[in-house]
Ligand binder design. Sequence first.
Ligand code: ZN
Ligand code: ZN
Length: 68
Amino acid sequence: MIDEYVLKYITDFMKLCKKCNKYDIYNNKKQCSICNDFYCSDCKTNLIDVYGFYKSKYCIECNKLIGF
Ligand SMILES: [Zn+2]
Ligand SMILES: [Zn+2]
């Protein structure tokens, strides 16, 4: 049985991977800066580093839309 505290911890710090539907620890380095899709450690290769005024990460889909 999962108690409420643990459940809160999980929902605050864990996020569902867009690609494989697995939970992983939330980290903004693993999230698209445009659509906020999150990718787990295994799938973070779906994020592309973009260097502009500040460093950000775009997922493959958003990167296509922007057209780099
Ligand atoms: Zn994944
Ligand atoms: Zn995106």
